[in-house]
Design a protein around this ligand. Sequence first.
Ligand code: FE
Length: 219
Amino acid sequence: MSTRRDLLAGFGVAAGSVAWPIATLLAATARFPLVAFEFDGPGPDVEATLSLSQANGALAPTIGQTQGPFYTPRSPRRRDIRDAFPGDSALIVTGYVLDTRGRPLAGHVLDFWQTDDAARYDGAGYRYRGHQYTDRRGRFELITIAPRPYTAGGQWRTAHVHVKVQGPGAPILTTQIYLPELSELNAVDSVFDPSLAMAESGSQDGARRLRYDFVLADA
Ligand code: FE
């Protein structure tokens, strides 16, 4: 599997002979990191009814957080990222992708990844990984299970869902969103930020619903 690291290593081999074009390419890549997915328009309509309040002044962009060590590029396109469903009750996260003026952004990609019910990331395949596109009204819907807290590399982490959000030709927002009920665990995770906690949004057909709206910085 080719990774950005592989690509950069490959560039390094040739750096002596064509240094200037490579430097130019790397500068462009730093501004707009390699796009992992094609942009071919909005995804299918999300059925959930989501209120959208009028923005009262500029919205603060969603803050970025570390990607962490468990990202796998080229996840499958799907809104339901459950595999071998373990009988856990479903968690459905819905929301908008917005610009800083509160306008919904259609056809933007969201690439989610998280732990399974045993606090493990799938490093070999794509369990609990998937990307999707916002619908024509700028909405997304992630169907999953609750992520689990874990310890990796000596660092303890409260439960979270990782995500990358991107529009065509725009920078990638890489961040993490958090379960609101884990306030005590969240408070002792140095990575946690309260602005990234999802909001309770009721339940429907036995599935718990949470809400989070992403706000992308102006490109
Ligand atoms: Fe993580």
